[in-house]
Design a protein around this ligand. Structure first.
Ligand SMILES: [Zn+2]
Length: 503
């Protein structure tokens, strides 16, 4: 009887909301007005449009960077965040990210939503759910209808899903060679950052993409000198970072002094694209996502800082042309289920401890391979882990002055087990269900080191994949007011369409 009454009550409540609710709610609680968002614009179009996408970057990724920078600045003595510039833009919104496949979407479908205003399946680039209809992107429309110059920049391969979603239309994001051919035929003006995956096709027997690009009038710039010399006199350019790992730029934490950064590629993009008619440039910080897949908080934070440095190049441009420039900074989805707070550290965080990490998991994987090949003992490996991550056993001479970085017996056991697994050739590892969850397909020793360091610093992870929380949208400049509120990621396209008046 009781539960029946409860049910009746809740039905009555729901009905009252449905009947008179929407009017009463929006009038009485101003906060709920943020749910609605404005997609109309009567002013002139912004001439220079920057769209920055941090791949895998949601609230936890930039908040952990802000908090880490504050913790380092105060040596962990105060609770203070030191905010990345883009997080202080005057307009803020949130965008929902689910796609037609999942609440945990992928980069192909989410970038499709942002660039064309359509939801689609995970893995699909600018095509409908049946994979038969191709959608025109905001970049293509701006080029075709108004003669804007177009730039696409990424720290990961330039034919990877996010950059591809501004020039390609493919049933599968894995069609790298076909995507690259669309790049070559796009007639876009500037591609910068990473190289190409499957540059000579899946079988390695197709014509090299760079040769095809040259035939189509592209200048290939792949030395630092050539890239830094680029100007607006270069009409069609593909600028490829001289240092590549699997076609991507190195992690910021691994980038050596003097090597080009995402900010350099953004600045050179501005130099190349600048013209009187206008330009649209998409810049992706692609390895924030990769770091979070691998549960490496320090690599994620450093790449988020590098991403912010790239945004600051656009801010400098905006300061010169404030009435004509729009800058949007967003993410495509969250990766890793990163959060600030961990069961083991309760209400405390020790984020400044992350600064003890000197290399990414990716770079350390090579070290682990050396350990395996030369049958390095656990004691020697442990000493190296101390040097590169600050973690230490209780018998380390520095243990008393750094008690927080000392491994408990439980943590020591986890590290030792991971070391033993990593010493086996990968083909000989038969992982149990628990080990699958512990290592997520990554090098057991590297991922265990970052898990331990992250957890001891008060950072938690729930996944090696993408998760379903919304992303932030920050905007400044002409037309930026449209980006306030809580809306669907497809609205980012709708807003750009309204602002620029493309058909
Ligand atoms: Zn991802």
């Amino acid at each position: 009887m009781k539960s029946f009454t409860k049910k009746l009550l809740s039905v009555a409540l729901a009905l009252s909301v449905m009947v008179g609710g929407s009017f009463a709610f929006t009038m009485m609680t101003p906060a709920s007005q943020a749910i609605t968002t404005d997609n109309t614009w009567n002013g002139n179009a912004p001439k220079y449009i920057f769209l920055f996408i941090g791949d895998g970057m949601s609230y936890p990724q930039f908040t952990s960077a802000n908090d880490y920078l504050g913790a380092v600045a105060t040596e962990g003595k105060k609770v203070e965040s030191k905010n990345l510039g883009f997080t202080e833009f005057p307009v803020t919104g949130s965008a929902m990210t689910f796609d037609s496949t999942s609440f945990c979407p992928d980069s192909a479908s989410t970038a499709t939503s942002i660039s064309t205003g359509h939801k689609t399946l995970s893995g699909v680039i600018n095509m409908d759910e049946q994979k038969t209809v191709a959608y025109e992107t905001i970049a293509e429309k701006l080029k075709k209808q108004f003669g804007y110059k177009i730039g696409v920049v990424s720290s990961v391969p330039i034919n990877h899903a996010t950059p591809a979603a501004f020039y390609a239309h493919q049933p599968s994001r894995s069609n790298y060679y076909d995507i690259a051919k669309e790049l070559v035929n796009s007639d876009f003006n500037y591609f910068g950052g990473g190289g190409f995956l499957q540059q000579q096709g899946k079988d390695g027997k197709q014509k090299d993409i760079l040769d095809l690009a040259t035939e189509k009038g592209y200048k290939i710039a792949n030395t630092k000198d050539d890239i830094l010399k680029l100007t607006s006199a270069n009409d069609k350019v593909i600028a490829i970072n001289p240092e590549l790992i699997d076609g991507a730029m190195p992690y910021e934490i691994d980038r050596k002094n003097g090597e080009l950064s995402l900010a350099d590629f953004t600045r050179k993009g501005i130099d190349t694209l600048y013209n009187e008619t206008g330009f649209f440039m998409m810049v992706e910080g692609g390895k924030i996502d990769w770091a979070c897949h691998a549960n490496d908080a320090m690599a994620s934070i450093k790449d988020t800082v590098a991403f912010n440095d790239a945004v600051q190049e656009a801010v400098k441009f905006y300061e010169k042309y404030p009435d004509e420039t729009l800058i949007i900074v967003t993410g495509d989805h969250e990766t890793g289920g990163l959060t600030i707070g961990f069961a083991g550290t309760k209400y405390s965080t020790y984020l400044d401890q992350l600064s003890k990490q000197t290399v990414s998991y990716e770079s350390y994987d090579e070290k682990v391979a050396d350990f395996r090949n030369s049958k390095t003992s656990f004691e020697i490996a442990l000493n190296d882990i101390y040097k590169n991550f600050g973690l230490m056993a209780a018998n380390n001479p520095n243990a008393t002055s750094n008690s927080n970085m000392v491994l408990s017996d439980y943590e020591y056991g986890k590290l030792k087990a991971a070391y033993e697994m990593s010493m086996l050739p990968s083909a000989d590892r038969n992982l149990t269900e628990e080990e699958e969850l512990l290592y997520g397909g990554y090098e057991p020793l590297s991922v265990t080191i970052t898990h331990l360091l992250n957890n001891k610093s008060g950072i938690g992870w729930t996944s090696y994949s993408h998760t379903g929380i919304p992303v932030a949208v920050f905007a400044t400049g002409k037309g930026s007011t449209l980006f306030g509120g809580y809306y669907d990621n497809t609205d980012i396209f709708v807003k750009l369409k309204a602002l620029t008046n493309v058909k």
